[in-house]
Write a protein that binds this ligand. Structure first.
Ligand SMILES: [Zn+2]
Length: 262
């Protein structure tokens, strides 16, 4: 005959154990102790005056509105959770006002990502090349179903509504802001299968930001200058500002790049 069982808490989890087994107290004590040590840091932080003041500043900055849906702000949230990025817990860029409903949605998404993320491997591909070399074409050919594509030129175009060669410096600032937030989020997540960053020149800043966290591929679309100029001419995309881009490009170092021809 099997021994009768009882429902008890072992390591803080409800478990069925033989009715005569006595381990609950010791186990619970160890569990509670380790939980207390881990949580003290967070509890202390959320009760600190530093945080209370910061929360008020963010509420004012966000005009008491939820930054996702525009309803009344109910809490101040860490965009990258403080447990993932303790250093950034007081940085304005990492804080946003939310309503409870939006916060719950965000937390749920984060939970799914963290649990799926363990089996996921996200690759970051930095794709460089001259204007007209076919960077976007290359990316669109190689992207998969669940990718993120950052393309400066097409963002500029969709945010200004102007042809792609027209650059507006005020809009540039907004695109950079978006890019920085995007990198910040990517640092802590494995959301995508591939991330494609399309840019003309290499940018070491991105590498140093991302490389400790992710595998980064460097791809150079290796097409000679004349071919690019001919293509741009044909598409009526060649203009004087591109000449300086061509000259600047020749001074760049592409030694760690894999060269592909399109
Ligand atoms: Zn909301």
């Amino acid at each position: 005959m099997t021994k009768p069982t009882k429902l008890t808490f072992i390591n803080g989890k409800p478990t069925l154990a033989p009715y005569d087994q006595i381990e609950r107290k010791d186990n619970d004590r160890t569990y509670n102790q380790s939980r207390d040590v881990n949580q003290t840091k967070y509890v202390k932080f959320y009760h600190s005056t530093l945080w209370t003041h910061k929360r008020e500043t963010i509420k004012q900055r966000d005009l008491d509105l939820c930054q996702r849906c525009g309803m009344e702000l109910e809490l101040v949230d860490h965009i990258v959770p403080s447990k993932d990025d303790w250093e950034d817990r007081l940085s304005d860029d990492n804080l946003q006002g939310l309503c409870n409903a939006c916060h719950q949605l965000k937390t749920k998404r984060e939970w799914i990502k963290h649990h799926k993320g363990a089996n996921r491997y996200m690759t970051i591909n930095i794709v460089c090349g001259l204007p007209g070399s076919g960077k976007s074409t290359y990316v669109y050919k190689h992207r998969t179903e669940h990718d993120l594509i950052y393309d400066y030129d097409s963002l500029m175009q969709s945010l200004t509504g102007l042809p792609s060669h027209v650059k507006n410096f005020d809009v540039h600032d907004y695109i950079v802001l978006f890019f920085e937030q995007m990198l910040r989020k990517l640092k802590s997540e494995q959301t995508f299968d591939n991330v494609w960053i399309i840019q003309t020149y290499p940018d070491e800043r991105i590498d140093s930001l991302l490389s400790p966290y992710h595998h980064v591929n460097h791809i150079l679309i290796d097409v000679d200058k004349q071919t690019c100029i001919d293509r741009l001419n044909n598409d009526k995309r060649l203009n004087s500002s591109l000449i300086s881009v061509f000259n600047e490009f020749e001074t760049k170092n592409f030694t760690n790049f894999k060269r592909v021809t399109e």
